[in-house]
Design a protein around this ligand. Structure first.
Ligand code: URA
Length: 352
């Protein structure tokens, strides 16, 4: 009798948790414009109070013109990552079944990132088998959830390997996505690059020609400038997470249509729900629009904190492609990035 009640209670708890996670991920929670939520989200970590970065502004700004340190793609991220991430890194491969999840299909940048992540992760003690998995409870709570949503909602992943494996599943789903016409012209889908444990996520608009060819975001000229911006902040390009509003290249690099952004947004929502960054840097107006729906211009938006789903602070700034055309705007971008560092309790590295 007691056992039956206990089981029923466990079912109920699982249903409620799955529903709440699914609900949070699909965007019904939080008010982007809610000032108290914004204050709370910013207050939570800015109280660490890094040293004022203003005195470094000129050096940091000049630093964006300097070459970023040359480092081989896809490697070395752990060495340059912030201490919190480094502490999660280890020298041993993850258990075989977790690695298998990341290698279930042909190699792809996202899978390579998942494998690199798994390889850096500490070995976990073997887990006892779950006594009674209850997939039916979650399914009942989120009947319309897509596979990507289920990858997030199944349970909160709290090991780096689980996070990487779930991101890998979503990337796999994106690879065959036909939810909008952009799939017709793509060579590759472009899911992400970088470290899924990062405290910062950079969100761009959508892949360009080179990204479409290589299947990785920000690998063209704008990406090279973004790498310099990231280096100026004291991170390595592989130590942060980078993705886009849409995962397929719009023809002739046009701005994605609202319907295309809407079709793709559950993927980004799943990525952000799994990564739970402390800050999102939105690169350009389309990125801000895709994240919070505003159609305001970036000149007005940049430098002012916004909030994603009521909880994650967003710093809008100019897109690096705009900076290539308008280098004088680097000063504003550097000021926005310093504000991000201040929020994270970091100061800009001395770039001499
Ligand atoms: N511009 C973007 O917004 N994203 C990319 O991945 C490349 C260029």
């Amino acid at each position: 009798m007691v056992d039956a009640l206990r089981e029923e209670l466990a079912d109920l708890t699982a249903s409620v948790r799955a529903f709440l996670e699914w609900h949070a991920m699909t965007g019904a929670d939080g008010l982007p414009g809610d000032p108290s939520a914004l204050h709370e989200a910013l207050g939570a970590s800015s109280s660490e109070g890094g040293p004022p970065a203003a005195r470094r502004a000129d050096r940091g700004f000049a630093g964006l013109d300097a070459p970023a340190p040359a480092v081989p793609r896809g490697g070395g991220g752990a060495a340059f990552a912030p201490a919190a991430q480094r502490s999660a890194a280890g020298a041993f491969p993850a258990p075989p079944e977790q690695r298998a999840a990341a290698f279930a299909s042909p190699p792809h940048p996202e899978q390579r990132a998942a494998e690199a992540q798994a390889a850096r992760a500490p070995v976990q003690p073997p887990r006892a088998p779950e006594p009674s998995p209850r997939p039916a409870a979650s399914a009942a709570a989120a009947p319309r959830a897509e596979p990507a949503a289920r990858a997030v909602a199944a349970a909160q992943p709290d090991t780096p390997e689980e996070r990487a494996a779930r991101l890998s599943l979503i990337a796999e789903e994106v690879r065959t996505c036909q939810k909008c016409p952009l799939h017709e012209g793509r060579t590759h889908t472009v899911f992400s690059r970088g470290d899924p444990l990062s405290e910062i996520v950079f969100v761009g608009e959508g892949p360009g020609a080179e990204e479409d060819q290589q299947g990785e975001p920000f690998v063209g000229p704008a990406g090279q400038l973004l790498d310099k911006m990231i280096a100026a902040m004291g991170y390595h390009r592989d130590g942060v997470y980078i993705c886009n509003i849409v995962k397929c290249r719009p023809p002739k690099n046009r701005k994605p249509e609202p319907a295309e952004m809407a079709a793709c947004s559950p993927y980004l929502a799943s990525q952000l729900a799994l990564i739970k960054p402390k800050v999102i840097v939105a690169l350009g107006a389309t990125a801000v629009q895709g994240l919070i729906g505003t159609t305001e211009g970036i000149t007005k938006l940049r430098g002012t904190w916004k909030l994603y789903k009521g909880s994650i602070p967003i710093m809008p700034t100019f897109h690096p492609a705009y900076l290539l055309r308008q280098p004088s705007a680097k000063r504003e971008v550097w000021s926005d990035l310093k504000e991000v560092m201040r929020h994270l309790g970091k100061s800009a590295p001395d770039r001499g």
